[in-house]
Design a binder for this molecule. Sequence first.
Ligand code: ZN
Ligand code: ZN
Length: 153
Amino acid sequence: MSRNTLWVIKPRVQDRDTCLCVIHANVDLKLNALCSAKILPYNTHQKLLENLCCDKYRENCLSRDCQACKNRTPDYKEFDNSKHIQFQKWVTDKQEYTDPKTKKSKFVTEHLKKSYTVSPRQLIQELQSDLETKFFCHQRNIVHHKEFKRKPY
Ligand SMILES: [Zn+2]
Ligand SMILES: [Zn+2]
């Protein structure tokens, strides 16, 4: 590698199927923490989908109806459960405030990024529950509505 290549900015390869919602962000934050703790070899949901699905753009795989991949789980490495991990999570918080003009109280919903420290097992359980209850279903809906074009091979 020549020195010049250090200055080349990598093209963003994922821009087409990037969703910026809380479900995706929370899965990525958990993957990040598990990856830094060397429990998972990847830290993005794209990689997770590539590992768990035959084809991450196929609805049958995403709805976990595909016989070939529905039982796949992330390949968690061995870990020491006493070594706690810090991770971040977006949570919604209802804040009450008094409108200065009307003097009436109002509620606003805020998204806050909070830090948590948990055991690896707890973090894995949280990730698994995210995947099973929200993530796959949400991803399937995105694929269904946007009809991603496949990359030419
Ligand atoms: Zn999303
Ligand atoms: Zn499949």
